[in-house]
Design a protein. Sequence first.
Length: 434
Amino acid sequence: TKSELTKVKKFTDKHYAKPDPQMFGIAKGRNVIVIHLESFQQFLIDKKINDQEVTPFLNSLYHSNDTYAFDNFFHQVGQGKTSDAENMLETSTFGLPQGSLFATLGSDNTFQGAPAILKQRAGYTSAVFHGNVASFWNRNNVYKNLGYQYFFDASYYDTSGDKSTGYGLKDKLLFKDSIKYLQTLQQPFYTKFITVTNHFPYDLDDEDKDPNFQTTDTGDANVDNYFVTAHYLDQSLQEFFNYLKKSGVYDHSIIMIYGDHYGISNSENTSLASVLGKNADNWTDFDNTQLQRVPLMFVIPNAGGHGKIEHTYGGEVDVLPTLLHLLGISTKRYIQFGTDLFSKQHSQLVAFRNQDFVTPHFTSVGGTIYDNRTGKVAKLTAKQKKRLKKEQEFVQKELSLSDSLNEKNLLRFYHPKGFKPVNPADYNYSNGLK
Ligand code: GP9
Ligand code: MN
Protein backbone atom coordinates (compact mmCIF):
# COMPACT_ATOMS: atom_id res chain seq x y z
CA THR A 1 0.00 0.00 0.00
CA LYS A 2 0.93 3.65 -0.23
CA SER A 3 1.95 3.95 3.42
CA GLU A 4 4.37 1.06 2.95
CA LEU A 5 5.80 2.89 -0.02
CA THR A 6 6.22 6.01 2.09
CA LYS A 7 8.28 4.06 4.60
CA VAL A 8 10.61 2.83 1.90
CA LYS A 9 10.90 6.24 0.31
CA LYS A 10 11.69 7.88 3.64
CA PHE A 11 14.49 5.40 4.18
CA THR A 12 16.11 5.73 0.76
CA ASP A 13 15.74 9.53 0.83
CA LYS A 14 17.44 9.66 4.20
CA HIS A 15 20.40 7.66 2.95
CA TYR A 16 20.73 9.30 -0.45
CA ALA A 17 24.34 10.25 -1.19
CA LYS A 18 24.93 13.24 -3.41
CA PRO A 19 27.37 12.92 -6.27
CA ASP A 20 30.97 14.08 -6.16
CA PRO A 21 30.99 17.11 -8.49
CA GLN A 22 34.43 16.03 -9.81
CA MET A 23 32.93 12.78 -11.07
CA PHE A 24 29.39 13.79 -11.98
CA GLY A 25 28.89 13.68 -15.74
CA ILE A 26 32.45 12.70 -16.69
CA ALA A 27 30.97 10.10 -19.07
CA LYS A 28 27.98 12.17 -20.13
CA GLY A 29 26.42 11.19 -23.45
CA ARG A 30 28.70 8.20 -23.96
CA ASN A 31 27.57 4.75 -25.00
CA VAL A 32 27.45 2.38 -22.06
CA ILE A 33 28.82 -1.11 -22.54
CA VAL A 34 28.27 -3.35 -19.55
CA ILE A 35 30.26 -6.55 -19.45
CA HIS A 36 29.04 -9.21 -17.06
CA LEU A 37 31.94 -11.48 -16.16
CA GLU A 38 30.35 -14.77 -15.21
CA SER A 39 31.40 -16.21 -11.82
CA PHE A 40 34.44 -13.96 -11.79
CA GLN A 41 36.08 -13.17 -8.46
CA GLN A 42 38.47 -10.37 -7.65
CA PHE A 43 41.30 -12.72 -6.65
CA LEU A 44 41.78 -13.53 -10.34
CA ILE A 45 42.93 -9.96 -10.95
CA ASP A 46 46.73 -9.76 -10.98
CA LYS A 47 46.89 -13.46 -10.10
CA LYS A 48 49.89 -15.30 -11.54
CA ILE A 49 50.09 -19.04 -11.94
CA ASN A 50 53.36 -20.62 -12.96
CA ASP A 51 54.63 -17.07 -13.54
CA GLN A 52 51.82 -16.30 -15.96
CA GLU A 53 48.99 -13.87 -15.47
CA VAL A 54 45.59 -15.54 -15.57
CA THR A 55 43.87 -12.43 -16.93
CA PRO A 56 46.55 -10.21 -18.49
CA PHE A 57 44.08 -8.08 -20.42
CA LEU A 58 41.79 -7.34 -17.48
CA ASN A 59 44.88 -6.60 -15.44
CA SER A 60 45.97 -4.01 -17.98
CA LEU A 61 42.55 -2.36 -17.75
CA TYR A 62 42.62 -2.55 -13.98
CA HIS A 63 45.87 -0.60 -13.84
CA SER A 64 45.10 1.79 -16.68
CA ASN A 65 44.62 5.45 -15.86
CA ASP A 66 41.48 5.38 -18.00
CA THR A 67 39.94 3.02 -15.44
CA TYR A 68 38.30 3.60 -12.10
CA ALA A 69 38.50 0.20 -10.44
CA PHE A 70 37.33 -0.98 -7.01
CA ASP A 71 39.18 -3.57 -4.99
CA ASN A 72 36.74 -3.77 -2.06
CA PHE A 73 33.61 -4.39 -4.09
CA PHE A 74 31.42 -7.34 -3.04
CA HIS A 75 28.72 -9.33 -4.76
CA GLN A 76 25.46 -9.47 -2.80
CA VAL A 77 23.57 -12.24 -4.58
CA GLY A 78 21.29 -14.81 -3.01
CA GLN A 79 19.75 -17.88 -4.60
CA GLY A 80 19.04 -15.98 -7.82
CA LYS A 81 22.77 -15.83 -8.63
CA THR A 82 23.23 -14.17 -12.04
CA SER A 83 19.67 -12.85 -12.02
CA ASP A 84 20.14 -11.31 -8.58
CA ALA A 85 23.26 -9.54 -9.78
CA GLU A 86 21.36 -8.25 -12.79
CA ASN A 87 18.47 -7.09 -10.66
CA MET A 88 20.75 -5.20 -8.29
CA LEU A 89 22.70 -3.56 -11.07
CA GLU A 90 19.63 -2.56 -13.07
CA THR A 91 17.46 -1.37 -10.17
CA SER A 92 19.59 -0.78 -7.07
CA THR A 93 17.24 -2.95 -5.02
CA PHE A 94 18.15 -6.29 -3.46
CA GLY A 95 17.19 -9.74 -4.68
CA LEU A 96 14.81 -11.77 -2.53
CA PRO A 97 15.59 -13.74 0.64
CA GLN A 98 14.64 -16.93 -1.24
CA GLY A 99 14.61 -17.73 -4.92
CA SER A 100 15.16 -15.38 -7.83
CA LEU A 101 13.29 -12.11 -8.10
CA PHE A 102 13.53 -12.34 -11.89
CA ALA A 103 11.93 -15.78 -11.88
CA THR A 104 9.24 -15.22 -9.24
CA LEU A 105 8.19 -11.57 -9.54
CA GLY A 106 9.87 -10.38 -12.69
CA SER A 107 6.97 -11.06 -15.05
CA ASP A 108 4.60 -8.70 -13.25
CA ASN A 109 6.58 -6.22 -11.18
CA THR A 110 6.99 -2.55 -11.93
CA PHE A 111 10.63 -1.58 -12.36
CA GLN A 112 12.28 1.82 -12.48
CA GLY A 113 15.62 0.65 -13.73
CA ALA A 114 18.55 1.56 -15.91
CA PRO A 115 17.21 1.02 -19.45
CA ALA A 116 14.03 3.05 -18.86
CA ILE A 117 15.77 5.82 -16.94
CA LEU A 118 18.47 6.16 -19.58
CA LYS A 119 15.98 6.17 -22.41
CA GLN A 120 13.73 8.74 -20.81
CA ARG A 121 16.40 11.02 -19.38
CA ALA A 122 19.04 10.86 -22.11
CA GLY A 123 17.65 9.12 -25.19
CA TYR A 124 19.53 5.87 -24.85
CA THR A 125 18.79 2.78 -26.94
CA SER A 126 19.11 -0.42 -24.87
CA ALA A 127 20.04 -4.02 -25.65
CA VAL A 128 21.21 -7.22 -24.00
CA PHE A 129 23.46 -9.76 -25.73
CA HIS A 130 23.46 -13.24 -24.24
CA GLY A 131 24.10 -16.59 -25.90
CA ASN A 132 21.65 -18.62 -23.83
CA VAL A 133 17.92 -19.15 -24.41
CA ALA A 134 15.77 -16.12 -23.64
CA SER A 135 13.67 -17.90 -21.04
CA PHE A 136 16.60 -18.62 -18.72
CA TRP A 137 16.00 -16.70 -15.46
CA ASN A 138 12.79 -15.44 -17.10
CA ARG A 139 14.83 -12.79 -18.89
CA ASN A 140 12.45 -12.55 -21.85
CA ASN A 141 9.73 -11.19 -19.55
CA VAL A 142 11.85 -9.24 -17.08
CA TYR A 143 13.77 -7.34 -19.73
CA LYS A 144 10.52 -6.05 -21.21
CA ASN A 145 9.45 -4.81 -17.80
CA LEU A 146 12.82 -3.16 -17.36
CA GLY A 147 12.34 -1.42 -20.69
CA TYR A 148 15.04 -3.15 -22.70
CA GLN A 149 14.34 -2.46 -26.35
CA TYR A 150 16.33 -5.39 -27.74
CA PHE A 151 17.32 -8.77 -26.40
CA PHE A 152 19.68 -10.78 -28.57
CA ASP A 153 19.42 -14.24 -27.08
CA ALA A 154 20.66 -17.63 -28.38
CA SER A 155 18.24 -17.54 -31.31
CA TYR A 156 20.24 -14.67 -32.84
CA TYR A 157 23.47 -16.68 -32.95
CA ASP A 158 24.72 -19.95 -34.36
CA THR A 159 25.15 -21.95 -31.19
CA SER A 160 25.44 -25.34 -32.83
CA GLY A 161 27.95 -28.06 -32.02
CA ASP A 162 31.18 -26.92 -30.45
CA LYS A 163 30.17 -23.27 -30.59
CA SER A 164 28.54 -23.66 -27.16
CA THR A 165 29.24 -25.01 -23.72
CA GLY A 166 26.68 -25.76 -20.98
CA TYR A 167 25.12 -22.30 -20.69
CA GLY A 168 25.33 -21.24 -24.31
CA LEU A 169 27.49 -19.57 -26.92
CA LYS A 170 31.18 -19.39 -26.09
CA ASP A 171 32.31 -15.94 -25.03
CA LYS A 172 34.64 -15.27 -27.96
CA LEU A 173 31.78 -15.99 -30.33
CA LEU A 174 29.30 -13.98 -28.30
CA PHE A 175 31.41 -10.85 -28.68
CA LYS A 176 32.34 -11.51 -32.30
CA ASP A 177 28.87 -12.45 -33.49
CA SER A 178 27.20 -9.57 -31.62
CA ILE A 179 29.03 -6.90 -33.58
CA LYS A 180 26.63 -7.01 -36.51
CA TYR A 181 23.75 -6.31 -34.13
CA LEU A 182 25.62 -3.72 -32.10
CA GLN A 183 26.32 -1.78 -35.29
CA THR A 184 22.59 -1.39 -35.97
CA LEU A 185 21.88 0.33 -32.64
CA GLN A 186 21.29 4.02 -32.55
CA GLN A 187 23.80 5.82 -30.31
CA PRO A 188 24.05 6.51 -27.49
CA PHE A 189 23.29 2.95 -26.43
CA TYR A 190 23.14 1.13 -23.12
CA THR A 191 24.18 -2.47 -23.77
CA LYS A 192 24.92 -5.46 -21.63
CA PHE A 193 26.94 -8.51 -22.62
CA ILE A 194 26.39 -11.51 -20.36
CA THR A 195 29.19 -14.05 -20.71
CA VAL A 196 28.76 -17.73 -19.86
CA THR A 197 31.91 -19.74 -20.51
CA ASN A 198 33.41 -19.13 -17.09
CA HIS A 199 30.54 -20.94 -15.41
CA PHE A 200 30.63 -24.08 -13.31
CA PRO A 201 31.73 -26.79 -14.26
CA TYR A 202 34.30 -24.68 -16.19
CA ASP A 203 34.37 -26.90 -19.25
CA LEU A 204 36.30 -25.79 -22.29
CA ASP A 205 37.15 -27.64 -25.50
CA ASP A 206 40.84 -28.19 -26.11
CA GLU A 207 40.69 -26.06 -29.26
CA ASP A 208 39.77 -23.05 -27.10
CA LYS A 209 42.54 -23.55 -24.58
CA ASP A 210 45.66 -21.42 -24.72
CA PRO A 211 48.50 -23.95 -25.12
CA ASN A 212 50.80 -21.47 -23.40
CA PHE A 213 48.72 -21.26 -20.25
CA GLN A 214 49.49 -23.80 -17.54
CA THR A 215 46.89 -23.89 -14.80
CA THR A 216 47.15 -24.98 -11.17
CA ASP A 217 47.48 -28.54 -10.04
CA THR A 218 45.40 -28.50 -6.87
CA GLY A 219 43.65 -31.76 -7.63
CA ASP A 220 40.29 -29.97 -7.38
CA ALA A 221 39.07 -29.93 -10.98
CA ASN A 222 36.80 -26.94 -10.42
CA VAL A 223 39.61 -24.81 -9.13
CA ASP A 224 42.07 -25.91 -11.80
CA ASN A 225 39.59 -25.44 -14.65
CA TYR A 226 38.30 -22.14 -13.27
CA PHE A 227 41.59 -20.48 -14.12
CA VAL A 228 41.45 -21.93 -17.64
CA THR A 229 37.99 -20.55 -18.44
CA ALA A 230 38.81 -17.23 -16.73
CA HIS A 231 41.86 -16.99 -19.00
CA TYR A 232 39.63 -17.68 -22.00
CA LEU A 233 37.16 -15.01 -20.87
CA ASP A 234 40.02 -12.54 -20.58
CA GLN A 235 41.08 -13.27 -24.16
CA SER A 236 37.51 -12.89 -25.39
CA LEU A 237 37.35 -9.46 -23.80
CA GLN A 238 40.59 -8.39 -25.40
CA GLU A 239 39.24 -9.38 -28.81
CA PHE A 240 36.09 -7.36 -28.19
CA PHE A 241 38.09 -4.32 -27.10
CA ASN A 242 40.17 -4.64 -30.28
CA TYR A 243 36.97 -4.35 -32.26
CA LEU A 244 35.68 -1.43 -30.19
CA LYS A 245 38.92 0.46 -30.72
CA LYS A 246 39.13 -0.26 -34.43
CA SER A 247 35.55 0.83 -35.00
CA GLY A 248 35.96 4.01 -32.97
CA VAL A 249 33.09 3.09 -30.66
CA TYR A 250 35.60 2.86 -27.84
CA ASP A 251 36.32 6.59 -27.72
CA HIS A 252 32.65 7.45 -27.19
CA SER A 253 31.92 4.79 -24.59
CA ILE A 254 32.13 4.00 -20.93
CA ILE A 255 32.72 0.31 -20.38
CA MET A 256 31.60 -1.08 -17.07
CA ILE A 257 32.94 -4.48 -16.12
CA TYR A 258 31.80 -6.50 -13.13
CA GLY A 259 31.87 -10.02 -11.73
CA ASP A 260 28.43 -11.32 -10.80
CA HIS A 261 29.27 -13.68 -7.93
CA TYR A 262 31.72 -16.30 -6.72
CA GLY A 263 32.84 -19.14 -8.96
CA ILE A 264 34.48 -21.22 -6.27
CA SER A 265 32.08 -22.12 -3.49
CA ASN A 266 32.88 -21.95 0.20
CA SER A 267 33.30 -25.71 0.40
CA GLU A 268 36.03 -25.51 -2.24
CA ASN A 269 37.85 -22.51 -0.89
CA THR A 270 40.27 -24.68 1.03
CA SER A 271 41.49 -26.10 -2.30
CA LEU A 272 42.03 -22.54 -3.39
CA ALA A 273 43.82 -21.46 -0.24
CA SER A 274 47.30 -22.61 -1.21
CA VAL A 275 46.97 -20.96 -4.64
CA LEU A 276 46.25 -17.70 -2.83
CA GLY A 277 49.22 -18.21 -0.53
CA LYS A 278 47.00 -18.95 2.45
CA ASN A 279 46.81 -21.73 4.97
CA ALA A 280 43.81 -24.02 4.53
CA ASP A 281 44.11 -25.46 8.03
CA ASN A 282 42.65 -22.56 9.93
CA TRP A 283 40.24 -21.44 7.23
CA THR A 284 37.19 -19.65 8.64
CA ASP A 285 33.97 -17.92 7.64
CA PHE A 286 35.99 -14.74 7.72
CA ASP A 287 38.13 -16.04 4.85
CA ASN A 288 35.08 -17.19 2.91
CA THR A 289 33.45 -13.80 3.28
CA GLN A 290 36.53 -11.86 2.25
CA LEU A 291 36.63 -13.93 -0.94
CA GLN A 292 33.23 -12.59 -2.01
CA ARG A 293 34.95 -9.64 -3.66
CA VAL A 294 34.30 -9.31 -7.37
CA PRO A 295 35.70 -6.81 -9.87
CA LEU A 296 34.05 -3.52 -10.67
CA MET A 297 35.70 -1.27 -13.24
CA PHE A 298 34.62 1.78 -15.18
CA VAL A 299 36.79 2.23 -18.27
CA ILE A 300 36.42 5.80 -19.55
CA PRO A 301 38.80 6.44 -22.46
CA ASN A 302 40.04 10.03 -23.01
CA ALA A 303 38.35 11.40 -19.94
CA GLY A 304 41.44 12.91 -18.42
CA GLY A 305 43.28 9.81 -17.30
CA HIS A 306 42.56 10.24 -13.62
CA GLY A 307 41.49 6.63 -13.19
CA LYS A 308 42.78 4.74 -10.19
CA ILE A 309 42.12 1.81 -7.94
CA GLU A 310 39.63 2.91 -5.34
CA HIS A 311 39.55 1.17 -1.96
CA THR A 312 36.01 2.21 -1.05
CA TYR A 313 33.85 -0.65 0.23
CA GLY A 314 30.66 -1.26 -1.70
CA GLY A 315 28.41 -3.80 -3.34
CA GLU A 316 26.22 -4.48 -6.33
CA VAL A 317 23.30 -2.31 -5.19
CA ASP A 318 25.63 0.69 -5.36
CA VAL A 319 26.35 0.38 -9.07
CA LEU A 320 23.29 2.05 -10.60
CA PRO A 321 23.54 5.40 -8.81
CA THR A 322 27.30 5.38 -9.44
CA LEU A 323 26.84 4.80 -13.16
CA LEU A 324 24.00 7.29 -13.55
CA HIS A 325 26.03 9.97 -11.84
CA LEU A 326 29.01 9.32 -14.12
CA LEU A 327 26.58 9.84 -17.00
CA GLY A 328 25.42 13.12 -15.51
CA ILE A 329 21.98 11.88 -14.53
CA SER A 330 20.76 12.79 -11.06
CA THR A 331 19.21 10.00 -9.01
CA LYS A 332 17.65 11.80 -6.08
CA ARG A 333 14.11 11.25 -7.33
CA TYR A 334 14.39 7.45 -7.52
CA ILE A 335 14.02 4.75 -4.90
CA GLN A 336 17.45 3.14 -4.78
CA PHE A 337 19.02 1.23 -1.91
CA GLY A 338 22.60 1.69 -3.04
CA THR A 339 24.61 4.89 -3.09
CA ASP A 340 27.18 6.37 -5.46
CA LEU A 341 30.56 4.80 -4.69
CA PHE A 342 32.31 8.08 -5.49
CA SER A 343 30.16 10.13 -3.15
CA LYS A 344 31.68 11.47 0.05
CA GLN A 345 28.42 10.39 1.71
CA HIS A 346 28.58 6.80 0.47
CA SER A 347 28.14 4.31 3.30
CA GLN A 348 30.79 1.60 3.34
CA LEU A 349 28.53 -0.87 5.10
CA VAL A 350 28.00 -3.76 2.66
CA ALA A 351 24.98 -5.99 3.35
CA PHE A 352 24.81 -9.56 2.16
CA ARG A 353 21.51 -11.19 1.33
CA ASN A 354 21.65 -13.39 4.45
CA GLN A 355 22.10 -10.35 6.76
CA ASP A 356 25.84 -10.84 7.18
CA PHE A 357 27.85 -7.73 6.39
CA VAL A 358 31.29 -6.23 5.95
CA THR A 359 32.70 -2.79 6.70
CA PRO A 360 36.26 -1.56 6.20
CA HIS A 361 37.03 -2.71 9.74
CA PHE A 362 34.82 -5.64 10.58
CA THR A 363 33.20 -8.70 9.05
CA SER A 364 29.99 -10.06 10.54
CA VAL A 365 29.09 -13.68 9.79
CA GLY A 366 26.17 -15.35 11.50
CA GLY A 367 26.46 -12.82 14.32
CA THR A 368 30.20 -13.40 14.88
CA ILE A 369 32.29 -10.28 14.38
CA TYR A 370 35.77 -10.63 12.92
CA ASP A 371 38.44 -7.96 12.91
CA ASN A 372 39.52 -7.41 9.29
CA ARG A 373 43.12 -6.66 10.30
CA THR A 374 43.70 -9.92 12.15
CA GLY A 375 41.03 -12.17 10.64
CA LYS A 376 40.25 -13.29 14.18
CA VAL A 377 37.12 -12.86 16.25
CA ALA A 378 37.21 -9.21 17.27
CA LYS A 379 37.70 -7.97 20.81
CA LEU A 380 35.25 -5.13 20.81
CA THR A 381 35.01 -2.06 22.97
CA ALA A 382 31.58 -1.16 24.29
CA LYS A 383 31.42 1.65 21.75
CA GLN A 384 32.27 -0.64 18.85
CA LYS A 385 29.71 -3.16 20.01
CA LYS A 386 27.05 -0.52 20.02
CA ARG A 387 27.98 0.67 16.58
CA LEU A 388 28.03 -2.85 15.13
CA LYS A 389 24.65 -3.52 16.62
CA LYS A 390 23.35 -0.42 14.85
CA GLU A 391 24.92 -1.60 11.63
CA GLN A 392 23.31 -5.02 11.96
CA GLU A 393 19.96 -3.33 12.47
CA PHE A 394 20.53 -1.15 9.45
CA VAL A 395 21.28 -4.21 7.31
CA GLN A 396 18.09 -5.93 8.44
CA LYS A 397 16.08 -2.81 7.84
CA GLU A 398 17.35 -2.14 4.34
CA LEU A 399 16.86 -5.76 3.28
CA SER A 400 13.36 -5.91 4.67
CA LEU A 401 12.36 -2.59 3.09
CA SER A 402 13.73 -3.74 -0.24
CA ASP A 403 11.74 -6.96 0.15
CA SER A 404 8.60 -5.06 0.99
CA LEU A 405 9.10 -2.83 -2.08
CA ASN A 406 9.58 -5.80 -4.38
CA GLU A 407 7.25 -8.37 -2.84
CA LYS A 408 4.35 -5.90 -2.73
CA ASN A 409 5.23 -4.33 -6.06
CA LEU A 410 5.17 -0.90 -4.45
CA LEU A 411 6.83 0.92 -7.32
CA ARG A 412 3.53 0.78 -9.16
CA PHE A 413 2.41 3.50 -6.73
CA TYR A 414 5.53 5.60 -7.17
CA HIS A 415 5.79 8.26 -9.84
CA PRO A 416 9.18 9.93 -9.89
CA LYS A 417 9.31 13.20 -11.78
CA GLY A 418 9.18 12.69 -15.51
CA PHE A 419 9.16 8.89 -15.34
CA LYS A 420 6.75 7.19 -17.71
CA PRO A 421 5.87 3.66 -16.57
CA VAL A 422 7.36 1.00 -18.82
CA ASN A 423 4.91 -0.75 -21.10
CA PRO A 424 6.25 -4.26 -21.75
CA ALA A 425 3.95 -4.60 -24.75
CA ASP A 426 6.14 -2.05 -26.52
CA TYR A 427 8.83 -4.70 -26.90
CA ASN A 428 9.04 -7.84 -28.95
CA TYR A 429 12.25 -9.82 -28.93
CA SER A 430 11.25 -12.53 -31.33
CA ASN A 431 13.85 -13.02 -33.94
CA GLY A 432 12.81 -11.31 -37.14
CA LEU A 433 16.34 -10.72 -38.34
CA LYS A 434 17.14 -14.22 -39.51
C1 GP9 B 1 22.89 -18.40 -17.95
C2 GP9 B 1 23.42 -17.63 -16.85
C3 GP9 B 1 23.91 -18.37 -15.66
O1 GP9 B 1 22.00 -17.79 -18.82
O2 GP9 B 1 23.41 -16.29 -16.90
O3 GP9 B 1 23.32 -18.00 -14.48
P1 GP9 B 1 23.82 -18.51 -13.04
O4 GP9 B 1 23.76 -20.01 -13.06
O5 GP9 B 1 25.21 -18.03 -12.83
O6 GP9 B 1 22.86 -17.90 -12.09
MN1 MN C 1 26.22 -16.17 -12.73
